[in-house]
Design a protein around this ligand. Structure first.
Ligand code: FAD
Length: 228
């Protein structure tokens, strides 16, 4: 089959997780003008460029959660991330997803090794804290060794004739995956509020911050109002 691998970053992308993951902007439909025009459809005066009055309207819409005009802007991202980030991301049901399938392919297997391994937070069972006592090179080597051991079992199972759909069960949560994700701007803003937050896991925060950086040139006034 001709064409390039879906597993490489698109032209406009940002590397995250110390270069192990990335998020890229594949397509965008609509702009800031689309938002203010959608809000003004009711009284029929459309514009072609943003001015300061439009920015005031944009701010009013955001501050008053008048959200439907933002749904006329749609973006598609390509995401390369560990499986556990994928699981958190896919909880956001208002996005549309398509993902590489390990039932079809066993090439390009890569595994995440945290650039810094954090310690368990004592006060919050869901959270982590900056490391104070961990031997970073020892725990990172242990994680990398486990990734490689799992890969070895997986390859051995395939060599013995086990089907890919069952053999993949031995691969760890650190397996990297790639998916396309399409969302309207209203639901993207909600995602970014939830995931670029100290309550979210650092790994998914990285992706949320990268998305803000990627789309700020496309939505400069919105980014300013939201304090990105
Ligand atoms: C810091 C953090 C910690 C989390 N911890 C956990 C956890 O421990 N366990 C866990 O299971 N999840 C956890 N989650 C996931 C969380 O519960 C949500 O599933 C996730 O944030 C998606 O949010 P959402 O439903 O608003 O997004 P979307 O699914 O994109 O939905 C957007 C909005 O659409 C509406 N909507 C969509 N689908 C429905 C529906 N079927 N019925 C009614 N309204 C709907 C809701 O108003 C919703 O807010 C966590 C999320 C965060 C950010």
């Amino acid at each position: 089959m001709s064409g390039q691998s879906a597993n490489i970053p698109p032209t406009r992308h940002t590397m995250v997780l110390d270069g192990q993951g990335w998020v890229g902007l594949l397509e965008r439909m609509g702009s800031e003008v689309t938002i203010v025009n959608a809000a003004r459809v009711s009284f029929g005066r459309l514009r072609t460029e943003m001015d300061d009055r439009d920015e005031k309207l944009l701010r009013y819409l955001l501050e008053n959660r008048h959200s439907s005009p933002f749904e006329h802007v749609v973006l598609t991202f390509s995401v390369h991330c560990p499986l556990f980030v994928r699981s958190q991301w896919h909880r956001h049901r208002t996005w549309s997803y398509n993902e590489i399938s390990r039932r079809y392919t066993d090439v390009d297997l890569e595994f995440y090794v945290p650039p810094e391994v954090r310690e368990q937070a004592e006060s919050n069972r869901q959270a982590s804290v900056a490391p104070q006592h961990l031997d970073q090179s020892a725990v990172r080597a242990q994680i990398a060794a486990q990734n490689q051991a799992a890969l070895g079992v997986y390859q051995s199972l395939l060599e013995q004739g086990v089907c890919r759909e069952q053999a993949r069960g031995v691969l760890p949560q650190n397996l990297m995956t790639t998916f396309w994700a399409t969302v309207d701007l209203h639901n993207l803003i909600s995602f970014l509020e939830l995931r670029d937050s100290p309550h979210a896991q650092w790994e998914i925060q990285e992706y949320a911050r990268a998305i803000k950086g990627l789309i700020t040139p496309e939505f400069p006034r919105l980014a300013r109002i939201l304090g990105w």
